[in-house]
Design a protein around this ligand. Sequence first.
Ligand SMILES: Cc1cc2nc3c(=O)[nH]c(=O)nc-3n(C[C@H](O)[C@H](O)[C@H](O)COP(=O)(O)OP(=O)(O)OC[C@H]3O[C@@H](n4cnc5c(N)ncnc54)[C@H](O)[C@@H]3O)c2cc1C
Length: 361
Amino acid sequence: MAVTVIGGGIFGVTAALALRIRGHEVDLFDPDSPHPDAASTDISKVVRADYGADDTLTALGRRALLGWREWNSTFSRPLFHEEGFLLLSRTQMEPGGFEHESFRRQPNLRRVAPGFREAHPDWNADAYPDGYFNPAGGWAESGEVVRQLGERARAAGVRIVAEQTTVERVAGPCVVAAGAWTHHLLPELADRLRAVGQPVLHFRPQDPDPFRWRAPRFPVWAADISRTGWYGFPANADGLVKVANHGVGIEVDPTGPREVPPEWEERFRAFLRESIPALAHAPRVGERLCLYSDSFDGDFLIDRVPGRSDVFVAAGGSGHGFKFAPVLGELIADVVDGLAPHPRFAWRELGERRTEDARHA
Ligand SMILES: Cc1cc2nc3c(=O)[nH]c(=O)nc-3n(C[C@H](O)[C@H](O)[C@H](O)COP(=O)(O)OP(=O)(O)OC[C@H]3O[C@@H](n4cnc5c(N)ncnc54)[C@H](O)[C@@H]3O)c2cc1C
């Protein structure tokens, strides 16, 4: 009997491909993959193994990095841009702090000082006396990755059904990978998964120098992220500079309107005025309220759903799931094949609310 995967975002499409490669018949349902409202559908996502004191996610992040490097040669063009990751701190890096704990777990890092002003002149170095640059990592063109993996799944024999569906309509094994909509399809998960909106703004700096807002001068960055939430990207091929905030966010109904509350633009510009002054007045050319499938403890949920026969959940990306794309498919296919779930993502009792170390919440 075919395995049905509900949701063609990065969790669903990697699961469908991995299950198909293992010989399963697979039906993948999504009204439109990559879907414009899906979290995975964006111009860019950070790919990092910098996870503070979290050794498990640091190791998994490293495995995923190897996968991205391999995947790059299989895409029509490299979609993972390994240009490094700049992590800045508003104070000296201290033991216990996100930057310090990440720094001491990674090899070959360059501390930003001295030379920060010369290497990254668009930053207000006075506001960021410390931090480091990690050459391992960068960003991926997430929407295009999902599109190309979808094509690969179709070519491998996955039946792609451009429709919405429900668990009740599925006969046989079913993987619910519906992102922020997951707890609507599995109401018993509403106590552990929420839909949380995060504002994303796109700016188009008017600079004659096409390389100004590109790496190495302006790589993917996190600005004291665990204490502010701010992070962003170099300009993409269309000259768009994306800035976002990995913070508390706004709890929303995933089926409701997706508007960025107007007060957020001023918050973005206030941050830019202080940190990247030359970007503070750039025209805003796009905005998006993108939804996290937020788990109660910031960890993914990849396991069999208790009390249901042959229903599996793969969700809870909590704002940091995309980078693990190269390892997600196998983790999800394992639980469908009756193998042990990854211990961090297995079904677990509801517990204390927490988030991953980089998140300001
Ligand atoms: C603002 C923002 C920034 C982020 N930045 C990063 C980052 O820099 N790095 C990183 O690693 N991660 C990041 N993430 C997290 C990452 O994007 C997510 O963890 C990941 O994309 C989630 O993928 P998904 O497949 O679970 O969900 P989605 O991509 O949302 O896909 C879910 C799919 O399910 C489909 N669906 C829903 N209901 C049904 C139904 N009934 N029938 C059929 N299909 C259905 C939808 O159409 C959708 O395509 C970010 C997320 C957000 C919101």
